[in-house]
Design a protein around this ligand. Structure first.
Ligand SMILES: Cc1cc2nc3c(=O)[nH]c(=O)nc-3n(C[C@H](O)[C@H](O)[C@H](O)COP(=O)(O)O)c2cc1C
Length: 220
């Protein structure tokens, strides 16, 4: 796949086939992600790859917490208030998504069902957890973002789909305890990874984008 075509056609996948990912392909995608640029080449990213019985067990643990719902707290702060354009885009995203999926605004049960699918990894056979050492600064979060996008594109190029999930960071202590990750690692993101299911209803949604004029200023 051409690079430009890959960038243009990648989109979040929220319905996966259960087909396992061959180990060599998984390694290839992770190695390509590791080619990402980083601040003084520090390559601060650390990845837990979870498949098989461990994937199933961790999904159950997180799903049970989210369904309770147990109070969760991501270690990555969200702004107290988003700037107005961001808030508007998020609202539009949710409204368009629910409309595509034919979920009514006041249908709390259907919305909660969609939320909980995050913790089933949308059926993906593999889930990745991305970590940064807690001593690191915003520069490394920047690096991890680059790593994440490279990974998503490399996966797409290999015929795999990804869903980047902040929701999988809501119970960091549970993930750390289950995987034996030390307390000084911050859980930054979860990523569901697998072969997209073209028939999945959730995959019918395509997100919109702001026009160039909304985010570029020209100086001549
Ligand atoms: C940091 C980050 C966190 C995200 N968290 C979630 C999530 O918890 N659940 C989910 O379904 N999608 C999540 N997404 C996916 C976004 O909704 C998606 O990238 C955005 O709507 C643009 O759509 P696209 O990826 O299809 O182009 C997240 C994306 C990013 C970059």
């Amino acid at each position: 796949m051409e690079l430009t075509e890959g960038i243009a056609t990648r989109s979040s996948v929220r319905g996966f086939k259960p087909t396992p990912i061959p180990a060599a392909l998984l390694r290839q995608v992770l190695e390509l992600a590791g080619r990402s640029p980083s601040y003084t080449n520090t390559q601060p990213w650390e990845v837990s790859v979870v498949t098989g019985a461990k994937r199933d067990r961790l999904s159950t643990i997180l799903h049970d917490l989210a369904a309770a719902p147990a109070p969760g707290q991501s270690e990555v702060a969200a702004p107290l208030q988003w700037p107005a354009p961001c808030e508007r885009r998020a609202a539009e995203h949710n409204a368009r998504r629910f409309k595509t999926l034919q979920v009514e605004r006041d249908d709390a049960a259907a919305r909660n069902g969609l939320r909980l699918m995050n913790y089933q990894f949308f059926g993906a056979p593999c889930v990745l957890f991305l970590w940064l050492d807690k001593s690191l600064s915003e520069w490394s979060t920047f690096d991890l973002g680059l790593f994440t996008q490279t990974l998503a594109l490399a996966a797409h190029g290999a015929g795999l789909g990804t869903c980047l999930q902040a929701s999988l960071t809501h119970y960091p202590d549970a993930v750390r305890a289950f995987l034996g990750v030390p307390a000084h690692k911050r859980l930054m993101l979860g990523i569901s990874l697998g072969y997209p299911d073209p028939d999945a209803r959730l995959n019918s949604y395509r997100s919109a984008r702001a026009s160039l004029d909304e985010f570029v200023s020209w100086y001549d």
